[in-house]
Design a protein around this ligand. Sequence first.
Ligand code: HEC
Ligand code: HEC
Length: 331
Amino acid sequence: MINFPRAKPSSLLVATIFAISAVSMTGCSNSSETKAVDRLEEAEALARVKALEARAETLKGNMPAASDMSASAGGGDAAGAAGGKPAINMPDESTIPDDERGAAIRRGLQIVNHTYKEMPNNVGNQLNCTSCHLGNGSEAFAAPWNGLPGIFPIYRSRGGRINSLQERVNGCFERSMNGTALDLGSDDMNAIISYMTWLSQDMPVGVSPEGRGFVKVNKELEPNPETGEKLFAEKCSVCHGDNGEGQYNDDGTYIYPAVAGDKSFNDGAGMARTYTAAAFIKGKMPFGQGNTLSDQEAVDIAAYFTHLPRPVKANKDKDWPNGDAPKDVRR
Ligand code: HEC
Ligand code: HEC
């Protein structure tokens, strides 16, 4: 692949910026390392930290970030038109009860943020649930989980049948995590569902919140992967690597997650579909700069990186048994 010359901040520096933003968003402790950097990089880094902190502040205040609001004004969310829908709200962790149910909720929160480490038997790549379901699975327009226990079971055309929330979670284990399904009644599955239920404590039953799914992109646009390759080099590879391979700590956990290659999601995942990936990155990438790409740029970049080499999902031909597969489905 062609390499485009650009300034590349040291990965340690970038890791530090991310650590700071992660601390302010999740309250998890994170070792932040410092290293001498040149002045320009430092100034850029500080500007980015400021932007990320401001964003974390709006999330903490349970307000959709300003950028998210303009996104919804521009087209609504993946689940339908905005207006009068409940807002997404990450409850305060102090509301987790001090009993067995609380222990399950905490285990669920641990699993979704550290899935690669916690679930080695069920994860076949190096991602976490929250690599895509940002902000503890509670960030608007990053496919948040708030409200889902009151929405599932639902009919899904991919399998042509009604799916429980547990089955939907397993769909992401088998595809997004390139792994294997959990037992539907296992402690870890119950922990994940307990966490999602805790997230949903203030949500009305059966109503999609504002920000369910992703922002909308125009699916009529024709993707141009060559333009996408250039844009990826400009806007994405500084964190995700020249070939989308990601950046890693010594223990195999990532600094930045893989968007391609054997540590990434497989070709049967929702994120492997051009328009689904475009909708995610338009709203959320480059990280901290959501809603800066045009629809065409998002579609071009998505067509490029989703079709880089990645794990192959078996039996994809059994998906969409009723012949109603969307046009970007992989076969
Ligand atoms: C590579 C990205 C990625 C990862 C990692 C991932 N998911 Fe997903 N997930 C998606 C996409 C894409 C969707 C579909 C969103 C849409 O249709 O708007 C989705 C949808 C879901 C939904 C249904 C959301 C809804 O509104 O109906 C649930 C529940 C879910 N994922 C749970 C999980 C869990 C639990 C994990 C970890 C085991 C996980 N996901 C890991 C990308 C991912
Ligand atoms: C400043 C660093 C940075 C830049 C630049 C950036 N990302 Fe990300 N990306 C992240 C982080 C951080 C996450 C989420 C990881 C987490 O929260 O655990 C992420 C997550 C993702 C994911 C979902 C997880 C996965 O690995 O599949 C995709 C897809 C993605 N980015 C694509 C892109 C694309 C395309 C661009 C360019 C338009 C881009 N990113 C630019 C840092 C970045």
